[in-house]
Design a protein around this ligand. Structure first.
Ligand SMILES: C[S@@+](CC[C@H](N)C(=O)[O-])C[C@H]1O[C@@H](n2cnc3c(N)ncnc32)[C@H](O)[C@@H]1O
Length: 330
């Protein structure tokens, strides 16, 4: 068993991102306690979990218990998958129902008595205890350092436009499409989504109506070492004529309505035409992940052109921008 701790700001989207990766890897989510997911999957799932954007960490799940006493009792009986020294670290989630104040010391003593050495400043293995409805103890395998994502935020790129999604969200959109080989962003802007897809080793295709975006996105991709790409200047409402191929997956963040980014089109009309155009070039069974402002009914319009809705996630960005991220299947 594995655990994945998802981030708290878009929890349903984060859970579905994990689920999408497990569908590729052949595993499943078997339990959930607030932000902690219990996952049934083998070692072969780890490279897929390594792709995650909206998670904090994952690891091996060792014990689950309904009280501190039960946890300590079980801790005496199990084999701890600890290499070298260790430290116990507790995560008190918002729904924590147990008194875990003294738990690191008590659990540390139990594990120590089994022959492992404690190192509080630089442990080789971090034992994690999550307190929610239940108690869950495991060993961390991978921590997703926020700095890695922060480093790719828009203002760190050579070609800067302040219209980019946060890299964690871009990464999640890519993953929600379940892309394995390639991904198209037909309104790529500065290329934020394509950067995340490219870093996963996917071949990336991009379109933007503005030539300076095509040049800038290329610059940004190369800056992050991504060379497996094809970018075109063109209109996202006419994709079938641009590449003469179908795509495994599409993810995009269309403009929200300032006249400059809409390139002279009416917003809702542009959204409808883009949905139809994406449907034309997506492989059967292929997925689209797309963001729309909350006052546009993306689901109704997508169904009209033949998409099947798979997921919808609300986000309030600020006072004047609320949006939904949608996932559709062709
Ligand atoms: C919100 S931005 C995309 C930001 C991008 N996801 C990123 O992270 O950098 C939307 C982009 O759509 C482009 N655009 C607008 N109308 C378009 C159309 N009809 N076809 C293609 N691109 C278009 C705009 O030029 C703009 O760069």
């Amino acid at each position: 068993m594995l655990y994945v701790e998802i981030l708290g700001n878009l929890p349903e989207m984060a859970r579905d991102e994990v689920r999408a990766m497990l569908e590729l890897a052949g595993g499943e989510i078997v339990s959930r306690d607030y932000l902690l997911l219990g996952v049934n999957a083998g070692e072969e799932a780890l490279p897929f979990l390594d792709r995650l954007g909206l998670s904090h960490e994952y690891g091996k799940l060792v014990i689950e218990a309904d009280s501190v006493e039960e946890l300590l009792e079980k801790a005496r009986g199990v084999e701890w998958p600890i290499g070298g020294t260790f430290k116990v670290d507790t995560e008190t989630m918002a729904n924590c129902r147990h008194n875990v104040l003294d738990l690191p010391r008590k659990l540390g003593a139990v594990i120590h008595s089994k022959g492992f050495r404690v190192n509080l400043s630089r442990p080789d293995t971090l034992v994690r205890v999550y307190c929610g409805e239940r108690l869950h103890a495991g060993v961390r395998l991978r921590f997703f350092d926020p700095k890695d994502f922060e480093r790719r935020k828009a203002h760190h790129r050579p070609f800067f436009r302040p219209i980019s999604l946060h890299p964690r969200i871009s990464r999640a959109l890519v993953n929600l499409t379940k892309a394995r080989r390639e991904l198209l962003d037909p309104m790529m802007g500065a290329g934020g989504i394509l950067i995340e897809a490219g870093l996963l080793g996917l071949r990336v295709y991009g379109v933007d109506i503005r030539p300076e975006m095509v040049e800038g996105a290329g610059m940004n991709l190369r800056h992050y070492g991504i060379t497996n790409y094809e970018l075109r200047q063109g209109d996202a409402t006419g994709l079938a004529g641009l590449f003469h191929k179908r795509f495994e997956a599409v993810a995009t963040d269309p403009p929200y309505g300032t006249s400059a980014t809409l390139a002279g089109r009416k917003r809702d009309e542009l959204y409808r035409d883009v949905l139809g155009s994406i449907h034309d070039v997506l492989e059967p069974g292929g997925r689209l992940a797309i963001a729309f402002p909350a006052d546009f009914d993306g689901e109704e319009e997508a169904e009209r052109v033949g998409f099947k809705p798979v997921g919808r996630y609300y986000q309030r960005v600020h006072k004047s921008l609320e949006r939904y991220f949608y996932v559709f299947e062709r």
